[in-house]
Design a binder for this molecule. Structure first.
Ligand code: F6R
Length: 579
């Protein structure tokens, strides 16, 4: 949710800023801007995507600068509301990711003292406050202003005539890059990888000063050292590598991601928080929630441990039961609602576990223990390989807690995904592309997959799609079934097969076009389907993994057929850092 990037070095800053913001665009893409310090401060900003219209910004001169790519919260996306924002004199520039909750009161106060505002954003109060506090020492002025700001923020600040950039982290992610005579600051590591693999993760409340001499960090008025860590993601992983879209590349990476994640976890010690657990509450949002929901079926079925799943955004309205282990599931490790849920669990003295993809992310610092997935950087806004990696973590956990219930299937999971990726889905895509509305249905562990299939379809194709437990369809949604509302039914072999098969026939009897995913060679299923998509052989794990890949590909190819912006769907952003 918004990406910020700063460069401080010996070279011209603007080309670094443009490239850095392009890499961060997946965090928000409705407007962009840069500010570079030269004789004064030069600002260039406008509505739109930097990847489509920002090349000219690279011409701005100066060796220190900050940039921003926006996902609007306060004020519509337009040139004025785009960051950076300036003080009255135009000599202090700020970019911000997060929300200043008390901005309205601060703005009134500043206006009363004669400050002139040019935007509708919450951010603009910050340069005006710094303007009042600035007496030549930028870090000191920022330090004076910080206690006045309520909310979440990662900030980068420069001022005319100052050779230093100030970076602040408070409940919004911010990483510093330690390069060869160049220092960088960014919302995440993706734009830094190009320049260095050495990074510093700031802590909440840190104020860092970057200059060509190095980085100094203050916390609560005293100097502190933060460790320099090495990131093992590669530059190749943040490039498209010949694929037309990141999403397709990431879908095709899944066999490897699954194997990498399960192999890595096998080699790790079991977290102490898992010993003797009496129950589990999983908290997550979006795709991670769907993965958590699937995990619940497996934990209860194979481990006999009670499990609940809560939307992280709703968790604050519950009192968590007993002494359950609370597991926060978040690809980014920065989703505000999931972080708030883990904080609440800690307040209630629950043991906590994070499942995440991002080293050093905030959730890893909140939870008692972290299990990392090995998905590598996920750039497409729609989560795909991180979902498979989350499933890999859960399969591993369930296998561990059940003393080997899934073991044999874990080593072959990647093959099932690989087989699914070979399928030609064009007949199914032809059925979906003209639909205005769709349903995805399944039972048992395939119900969360139906939710995930629908989520993928709606977010990238913009076709209204709902995921349902197949048994619920007759309790209302049946009224919507008709010849232009296709249904995707997940009907693998297993306990739910007979009743699922009946459900498919009932829907078919209403003239509903049926896309059915089921066991290869099942004649009865084939006959009742308008389009039949065969699953490879194997058990539950293989069927879950293969179905996931098929649903992702169906959404992807439908969105491509409709000409959608697959990697950056409208109104969305990766990493939702505001509640
Ligand atoms: C959907 C999607 C989102 C995320 C959700 C949680 O494709 O990407 O629904 O799954 O915003 O994100 P994380 O897992 O980073 O907490």
């Amino acid at each position: 949710m918004c990406g910020i990037f700063g460069y401080c070095g010996k070279k011209k800053a603007a080309p670094f800023l443009v490239e850095g913001l392009r890499r961060l665009e997946y965090r928000g893409y409705d407007s962009f801007g840069i500010a570079v310090s030269n004789q004064g401060i030069t600002v260039r900003k406008r509505e739109g995507k930097i990847s489509l219209g920002g090349a000219d910004l690279a011409r701005v001169k100066g060796t220190m600068g900050i940039g921003h790519t926006r996902w609007a919260t306060h004020g519509v996306p337009n040139d004025q509301n785009a960051h950076p924002h300036l003080d009255c004199q135009g000599t202090i520039a700020v970019v911000h990711n997060g929300i200043i909750e008390n901005y309205a009161a601060l703005k009134r106060e500043l206006q009363d003292r004669g400050h002139e505002f040019r935007s509708e954003t919450d951010t603009e109060v910050i340069p005006h406050l710094i303007e009042e506090a600035f007496r030549g020492d930028l870090a000191a002025a920022v330090g004076e202003v910080i206690p006045r700001l309520e909310g979440s923020y990662a900030l980068l600040v420069i001022a005319a005539g100052c050779t230093e950039m100030v970076a602040v982290r408070q409940k919004s992610p911010l990483v510093l890059g330690v390069g060869d005579r160049a220092f960088l600051a960014a919302s995440d590591v993706t734009p830094i990888l190009e320049h260095t693999e050495r990074v510093i993760f700031l802590e909440d409340g840190d104020i860092a000063t970057l200059s060509t001499r190095g980085i100094e960090i203050q916390h609560g008025g005293t100097g502190v050292e933060r460790p320099v860590q090495r990131i093992d993601w590669s530059l190749a992983e943040v490039k498209k590598g010949g694929f037309p879209h990141y999403m397709q590349k990431e879908i095709y990476e899944q066999p490897e991601v699954f194997s990498l994640t399960t192999r890595a976890l096998r080699g790790e010690e079991t977290p102490a928080v898992l010993q003797g657990i009496r129950g589990v509450t999983l908290v997550a949002c979006g795709t991670s929630f769907n993965a958590a929901l699937l995990c619940r079926y497996l934990i209860e079925e194979y481990c006999g441990i009670p499990a609940r799943v809560e939307l992280a955004s709703e968790f604050k309205y519950y009192t968590p039961p007993g002494d359950y282990l609370v597991v926060g599931v978040s690809q980014s490790g920065e989703t505000a609602d999931t972080l708030a849920a883990i904080e609440k669990a800690r307040m209630h003295n629950h043991p906590t576990l994070a499942v995440t993809n991002v080293l050093g992310s905030t959730i890893t610092r909140l939870a008692d223990h972290t299990l990392y997935m090995r998905a590598g950087p996920e750039i497409s806004v729609a989560a795909t390989k991180s979902f498979i990696a989350e499933l890999a973590v859960f399969f591993h956990l369930v296998d561990h807690l059940s003393e080997g219930a899934l073991e044999s299937s874990l080593s072959t999971g990647h093959l099932a995904i690989g087989e699914a990726l070979l399928q030609d889905l064009s007949p199914a895509v032809d059925l979906c592309r003209d639909a205005r509305s769709m349903f995805f249905v399944g039972r048992g562990p395939f119900y969360p997959l139906a939710l995930e299939g629908a989520l993928k379809m709606k977010e990238i194709s913009y076709i209204h799609a709902e995921g349902y437990a197949a048994g619920e369809i007759k309790h209302g949604p049946f009224a919507l079934l008709c010849p232009d509302t296709p249904v995707v039914a997940l009907c693998p072999p297993g306990q739910a097969f007979p009743v699922m098969f009946s459900n498919i026939r009932e829907m078919k009897a209403r003239g509903t076009p049926m896309i059915v995913i089921g066991a290869e060679g099942n004649q009865d299923l084939q006959e009742v389907s308008d389009v039949f998509i065969p699953l490879p052989g194997g058990g539950l794990v293989s069927h879950v993994l293969a179905s996931t890949a098929l649903l992702q590909l169906l959404a992807y190819h439908t969105a491509v057929a409709l000409g959608r912006d697959v990697d950056q769907p409208r109104n969305l952003a990766k990493s939702v850092t505001v509640e």
